[in-house]
Write a protein that binds this ligand. Structure first.
Ligand code: HAS
Length: 549
């Protein structure tokens, strides 16, 4: 990898893990506050910490890490970046960084305790929204710079399908760009004018709708890079080619089509949206489950082919022949295994009536810790183990590998304890987004905390193990980045595991972006045009147009 991309990717990794450090520390504080074992000083409150935790881990850590992965993989699969692509990437990175610093300062100074969903009518300092806007704009600049690199490749390879990694990167950037339209609209036209006091009021329902238009595809912006590793890295480690190039591409295309017109499944309990439109988006949500089931299918196919190749016999004998002692594989396998209950929980959430039981309870917190918090985060850890040494040219020593196993083991145990407790507490009715409360000594409420699993202590033990794991991971990152010995012999260099993908039978139309973007917008218009029109039309009197009501 050329030195320009190397530096750029490493800076992205660095910022990602700095955010990871503060974010996990905030997580640790939180489980103890809910457990009533920690009193915060007057200048710090629960919502400040919860905002820092959500924003720094779910938005900042993920996005910078994703770009580090994209940059490394695009350079590996399409060749070195030209000077313009590099320059625009740096511009995007610095804009994102400026936004991150601004938003973080606002959160830490207590001027933006509005959580990562920043629902109106809670109001933060306008500078927080400006920070978020800079962050989004920076990410789009980086994304488009990578698309620029891809376009140059396609011009030089007329009529050819692009390598799978590049195809998937471009799909994810397209999804991200369409999704960001919602959050950019609400931040620029609603929140910033309102927070500066230029207008007096805000259309709350519209702002939540524009947020979730963005918020759901946001989760696929986190998930798809993890899927990229599952599709292209896992087969390489297993020693088999990609199971099906066209299946992999089709699943990414389906994400572009169905990720966005589904935001109402986060608003099923809100008044102000007709049931018909909620139900319509519930159906589309069930469509977006299909590419994940396709992914699960091809992962099992990879495992079985590899296991049989290694001599596995009988119906399940191949399972024992997988490379369990390879940290890169095992971390990704555990990540996938967590996504089975994670995905099942998502299907429950999306099932309209069932949403009444789980909405705004700790169940939802449990759900996102076994989706973004493990399948995605542990895949990123699995990528870190080889990507950082690949970028720095340092060795990944046997000791680091052993520590890596301990680290993912701790994460697994910690997350099992914490997320199971969260799911159960949620089903019993414990609300989310609240600090510990004695619930006025209400006996029914206090019973929630008595079970072995449905216990805030279990949650706190899980949270502490997770924090330990996070610190171990940071140690491994620092070793791989600065301290481990430089690789000298050819076999000491860590490789980028990128599997062969046979494109011979892949239909060319899968790479017809205009077609997919066109259908995506048609679905968005069908799912959103009328309900948004109604939100504007039914706004209270005194309406002043699109911006404020
Ligand atoms: Fe979700 C709320 C529905 C997936 C993240 N979700 C959230 C929130 C977050 C989040 C952060 O319908 C909270 C937002 C907030 O703050 O309010 N979610 C879904 C559905 C899916 C789904 C239908 N969510 C995700 C992913 C996330 C994520 C992915 C992050 C990355 N979610 C909801 C709903 C809500 C919600 C409602 C709102 C709840 C409320 O009321 O507030 C689907 O995409 C899931 C499909 C996935 C599958 C699983 C496929 C399995 C695979 C693994 C194969 C394993 C192998 C290993 C091969 C069908 C691919 C084998 C191993 C062995 C051991 C055998």
């Amino acid at each position: 990898i050329a030195s320009g991309e190397r530096k750029l990717a490493l800076w992205n990794v660095g910022v990602a893990y700095a955010a990871f450090l503060i974010g996990t520390l905030a997580g640790l504080l939180q489980v103890f506050i809910r457990n009533d074992k920690l009193q915060l000083p007057a200048w710090l409150d629960y919502y400040q910490i919860l905002t820092a935790h959500g924003v720094l881990l779910a938005l900042i850590f993920t996005t910078f890490f994703i770009f580090a992965f994209f940059i490394t993989g695009m350079s590996k699969s399409l060749g070195a970046f030209g000077p313009k692509v590099l320059l625009w990437n740096w511009i995007g990175f610095l804009t994102m960084l400026a936004g991150t610093v601004l938003a973080t300062v606002m959160i830490i100074s207590g001027k933006a305790s509005v959580l990562y969903t920043f629902y109106a009518p809670m109001m933060a300092s306008p500078w927080y929204y400006i920070g978020l806007a800079l962050f989004i704009v920076g990410s789009l600049v980086m994304g488009f710079a990578l698309v620029g690199h891809y376009i140059r490749w396609r011009k030089e390879h007329k009529g050819e399908l692009s390598p799978l990694f590049a195809f998937m990167t471009v799909s994810t950037v397209i999804l991200w760009a369409i999704a960001c339209l919602g959050v950019v609209a609400t931040v620029l036209f609603q929140y910033i004018p309102w927070a500066f006091g230029w207008v007096d009021t805000i259309n709350v329902e519209l702002s939540r709708t524009l947020f979730w238009y963005f918020g759901h595809p946001l989760v696929y912006f986190w998930l798809l890079p993890a899927y990229m590793a599952w599709y292209v890295v896992v087969p390489k480690i297993l020693g088999v080619p990609v199971f099906s190039d066209s299946l992999a591409r089709l699943s990414f295309v389906l994400f572009i089509l169905f990720s966005i017109p589904v935001g109402f499944h986060h608003q099923l309990m809100e008044p102000g949206i007709e049931n018909f439109w909620k139900f319509f988006q519930v159906i589309l949500t069930f469509m977006v489950i299909i590419p994940s089931l396709m992914t699960a299918f091809s992962m099992f196919a990879n495992f079985e082919r590899a296991g049989r190749k290694n001599g596995g016999k009988g119906l399940f004998g191949w399972f024992t022949k997988l490379p369990w002692n390879d940290l890169r594989f095992t971390s990704l396998f555990i990540a996938m295994a967590f996504f089975i209950p994670g995905g099942a929980g998502g299907i429950i959430n999306a099932s309209f009536q069932l949403n009444e039981i789980v909405h705004n309870t700790l169940w939802v917190v449990g759900h996102f810790h076994i989706t973004v918090g493990t399948p995605v985060a542990m895949t990123f850890m699995g990528i870190t183990f080889w990507m950082v040494p690949y970028l720095t040219g340092r060795k990944f020593t046997k000791t680091m590998e052993k520590l890596g196993f301990i680290q993912i083991g701790l994460w697994t145990v910690g997350m099992l304890l914490m997320s199971t407790a969260q799911h159960v507490l949620g089903l019993l009715g414990a609300p989310r987004r609240t600090a510990y409360s004695g619930y006025n000594d209400h006996p029914a409420a206090l019973e929630w905390f008595e079970g072995i699993i449905s216990n805030h202590v279990t949650m706190a033990i899980g949270g502490s193990i997770l924090f330990l794991s996070a610190m171990l991971l940071l140690y491994i990152v620092i070793m791989s980045a600065f301290l481990s010995p430089k690789a000298e012999e050819a076999h000491e260099f860590v490789e980028f595991p990128l599997a062969e993908s046979d494109k011979a039978a892949t239909p060319k139309f899968l790479e017809n972006w205009l077609l997919w973007i066109g259908i995506a917008f048609a679905l968005i218009i069908i799912a959103y045009a009328i309900p948004i029109f109604q939100m504007i039309q039914h706004a209270p009197p005194g309406s002043k147009g699109f911006i404020t009501w």
